[in-house]
Ligand binder design. Structure first.
Ligand code: BYC
Ligand code: FE
Ligand code: FE
Length: 483
């Protein structure tokens, strides 16, 4: 019997896409491989390239047992090309082609649109690795250091996943796009990454945890939307990527929950009840809750910009074409064409934020953003606010209003406070540090960032995790230090 989840591990590039039977593609990928390794060494994690890291590697696409754990040097990580198993007889489930068989090849009329979606997705993956490259120097523990590197190698694998699609299905321009994915550089003045949030700095571990909570969660939503695609190879690759994505969000959810836990325990031990009594709390070597709230405000608002404009013809066209669906499209009960449907969108009208009915097709970015906000809020409650409540401190993290601190779309031109109240430019300037991290807040956090590399030990500002990776004990050496 044919094993639908078998992965060929013999060649340079582990895969379940039949590379050994496609010499042209194999040559293209093998010639991209050294450029990718050069990129990894120049722009990936700083240092630690010769250390053994306890990493999981995808070895299968069976959701039950797809990974194995072992010590590897990062440059030797087996970046594979892995697609979720094909669904027999799969049809397109939305848009103008609803009901037609899913495409195994690029539909000519949609080639440019599809390539753009794949390039944008592909651009974010290496960007995040670049943004996180300095963090190894200040890891709060070996456990956290290992989690950072796990995310980094998997984001690089996601880059491979998109490069595979470009090289297999888009000929010469696909190969050029694949090269360009390694040429752009996060934050670079001349050749920046494509989307705003991927050019921001990730200066410290609080930023890393916030990024993986909020921005990797945009990744989850966008991958879900692309997993619905009528272009079957894109759907299958995104379905597999989502298995890895879960760990990235876990790192953010549990990371901030551990920071919060440490703060609350230290406050209790010191007999401090008032979370706003900032100086004495900081003197304990922990991060005060209001600073965590401000960091959440920052990363949430930056991430909302990644959903594009509330009203977007690009989004309408991609849906109509059957290329990008809605979150959990196959579980929604409607006609899946949306030609005459409407969707409520918050808009600026005469200087007020008001709900408005918009054509549902044009409002698809908005809808995905709404699904994102719901997902993020429930994770805030479950992971963060529960950690605060468990410790008996009176405080709760709240996600700000969607109009707060925006740079794309309907609210880019106005200033709003976290409750959605409109502010004059002068008021915004005056109250900025109340809403968003001030230079002093960032300096305080930066001052806490000193590495802790002894197995089983943790920095002052973060609690140990309740359980190890892959069942490993608390003092496990997740990263073997050299000599
Ligand atoms: N920054 O019609 P609109 C992840 C541009 S994260 C700069 O509203 P559309 C990950 C837009 O490109 C998931 N420019 O745009 C997470 C357009 O330009 P053109 C990444 C922006 O297409 C953590 C123009 O403005 N995947 O995987 O409806 C770690 C008009 O806008 C921005 C995807 O995003 C911005 N923020 O929506 C690692 C999925 N927003 O064409 C990885 C693929 C908009 O007029 N991408 N613009 O020159 C898409 O689906 C869409 O391109 C977007 C934008 C949702 C991004
Ligand atoms: Fe990714
Ligand atoms: Fe991710």
């Amino acid at each position: 019997m044919l094993d639908r989840t078998a992965v060929d591990y013999d060649g340079l590039i582990p895969n379940n896409v039949g590379l050994s039977a496609d010499p042209r593609l194999r040559r293209a990928l093998e010639s991209w491989h050294p450029s990718c390794l050069d990129w990894w060494r120049a722009r990936g994690p700083e240092g630690f390239q010769e250390n053994l890291v306890y990493l999981r590697t995808a070895v299968n696409v069976d959701p039950e047992g797809w990974a194995k754990f072992d010590y590897v040097k990062m440059p030797d990580y087996r970046w594979g090309i892995l697609l979720a198993p094909a669904v027999e007889g799969r049809t397109i489930s939305f848009g103008a082609h609803k009901g037609e068989p899913a495409w195994q090849d690029v539909p000519g009329e949609y080639r440019a649109m599809l390539r753009r979606l794949i390039v944008v997705q592909g651009d974010t993956e290496p960007a995040s690795v670049e943004q996180q490259r300095h963090l190894g120097a200040t890891a709060p523990s070996l456990y956290d250091l290992r989690n950072l590197f796990q995310i980094n190698v998997e984001e690089a694998r996601h880059l491979w996943a998109m490069v595979y699609l470009l090289q297999k299905y888009f000929g010469r321009d696909g190969r050029e796009e694949a090269e360009d994915l390694l040429r752009r550089f996060s934050g670079d003045r001349d050749t920046p990454r494509l989307l705003g949030a991927f050019n921001e700095a990730t200066p410290d571990w609080l930023a890393l945890f916030m990024f993986t909570f909020f921005t990797d969660r945009d990744g989850k939503m966008q991958l879900h939307a692309l997993a619905q695609s009528g272009f079957d190879p894109l759907s299958r690759t995104c379905r597999f990527m989502l298995l890895e994505e879960a760990h990235h969000m876990f790192v953010g959810q549990s990371g901030i929950a551990r920071v919060i836990d440490r703060t609350c325990v230290a406050m209790r031990d010191a007999g401090i009840d008032d979370p706003y009594d900032i100086e004495p709390i900081r003197a304990l070597g922990v991060i005060d809750l209001p600073t965590i709230q401000k960091r959440a405000n920052l990363h949430f608002s930056l991430t909302l910009d990644l959903f594009g404009n509330e009203i977007s013809t690009n989004a309408a066209n991609a849906f109509n074409a059957g290329l990008k669906g809605r979150y959990l499209e196959d579980q929604i009960e409607d006609d899946h064409r949306l030609v005459n449907a409407t969707y409520p969108v918050l808009r600026m009208r005469d200087g007020l934020i008001v709900p408005d009915q918009a054509p549902a097709l044009a409002a698809l970015n908005m809808r995905l953003r709404d699904d994102y906000v719901a997902d993020a809020s429930s994770a805030v409650e479950r992971w963060w606010n529960r950690a605060i409540a468990r410790n008996g401190i009176e405080f709760a993290i709240h996600l700000p209003h969607v109009a707060f601190n925006r740079h794309i779309g309907e609210f880019a031109a106005i200033n709003a406070d976290p409750e959605g109240g409109l502010l004059s430019a002068a008021e915004w300037q005056r109250r900025h540090d109340e809403f968003l991290p001030s230079a002093a807040d960032n300096q305080f956090v930066a001052g806490l960032m000193r590495p802790v590399y002894e197995p089983g030990r943790f920095a002052s500002w973060i609690s140990p995790p309740p359980a190890g990776i892959n069942g490993m004990p608390g003092n496990f050496e997740y990263v073997r230090l050299l000599g």
